[in-house]
Design a protein around this ligand. Structure first.
Ligand SMILES: [Zn+2]
Length: 335
């Protein structure tokens, strides 16, 4: 069962979270494997996508944002794009587009940062968006301050969190074909609540300055961060949450929250629907739609996240380009 655990270090300005995705992650992989057009992910891609899914869950829970948190990597290598999305109810979905062959032992740069042009984007898409409002998006490169290619997704995201929230964050991520898991440790802001939307406009300068002065200097955070970083990939994948927390933090006093598991826990869900696909076909324009129909007989669009197929035959497609009111009586309405 997939689960999310949150905890505080009693009396210290440090909080933590650990996520362990099992059934939710296996469902994402199984849906991809059963897609005859793509087949299963190559193992290195599955590992990257699992880490992204665990990270998206942690980041969504960390900021308690009322909307979708979408973590994307736009790669310049064989993995063109990888996406993981987490919603406030901990519903998750993820997908990746892979073109060409990958070495079996491919690392992050081999997949998405061959020419150091890969990018990672974090988008916050509000649930109740005002018309015309654009979601917040932060973008970071996949290289470090010296231009060196970063080898791990956790390095990229730690960099992002430091830039956007101005808070020290330690992330440990791991995934295989059964489990996607992550540990997040974060220094709490000096005052106020950490905010992924950055410092522009809303927060006061003194607060930022006080926070910046604290970055990398809080002894409690540094000690706990070193403990967290000692967690190995194997331990994260194979040990249960209680064992991990006991092994890492047996000398610290943890305040635990009720774990989120089962119906309240992380789970797979896709929000695709026929109307969204219809909108996409409308976006292609009548001419393009007709040429696809002429060539194939119908327009079939598969959801990259869940694999569901949406089919529009000539009559369905004609309806898409017919103004409401002029539609043929008795013909099916596109939902
Ligand atoms: Zn779907």
């Amino acid at each position: 069962m997939s689960e999310l655990h949150k905890f505080l270090f009693d009396g210290l300005p440090v909080r933590g979270m650990i996520v362990r995705l099992t059934d939710a992650w296996q469902e994402i992989l199984a849906r991809r494997a059963s897609n005859t057009a793509t087949g299963a992910y190559p193992p290195p891609v599955a590992e990257l996508l699992g880490e992204m899914t665990a990270a998206a869950t942690l980041m969504q829970s960390n900021i308690k944002f009322n909307g979708a948190l979408i973590l994307q990597i736009f790669g310049d290598g064989p993995v063109k794009v990888a996406v993981a999305e987490a919603k406030p109810d901990l519903s998750l979905r993820a997908t990746a587009k892979v073109i060409g062959e990958l070495p079996a032992d491919a690392h992050l740069p081999d997949m998405v940062n061959v020419n150091n042009k890969g990018r990672c984007a974090i988008t916050l898409d509000p649930k109740d968006k005002l018309p015309g409002a654009t979601p917040y998006q932060g973008v970071v490169p996949l290289f470090g301050d010296g231009g060196e290619k970063l080898g791990k997704l956790s390095d990229v995201l730690q960099h992002y969190m430091l830039q956007s929230e101005q808070l020290d964050t330690t992330l440990v991520l791991a995934a295989d074909d059964k489990v996607a898991a992550g540990l997040l440790i974060q220094r709490l802001p000096v005052k106020g609540e950490g905010n992924l939307e950055g410092t522009s406009g809303t927060s006061d300068k003194d607060h930022d300055q006080a926070n910046e002065d604290q970055i990398g200097r809080n002894e409690d955070y540094n000690r706990i961060s070193i403990l967290a970083s000692s967690l190995t990939r194997d331990e994260l994948l194979t040990l249960d949450v209680e064992t991990i927390l006991r092994r890492l933090f047996w000398e610290e006093k943890l305040l635990r929250f009720e774990p989120q598991a089962g119906l309240q826990g992380p789970h797979f869900a896709c929000t695709c629907g026929r109307e969204r696909v219809a909108q996409m076909i409308r976006g292609l324009g009548a001419e393009e739609a007709e040429s696809i129909l002429a060539e194939r007989g119908d327009i079939e669009v598969g959801c990259d996240f869940c694999g569901k197929q949406y089919r529009f035959d000539a009559v369905d497609a004609a309806q898409l380009f017919t103004p409401l009111g002029d539609q043929i009586p008795g013909s099916p309405v596109v939902q």
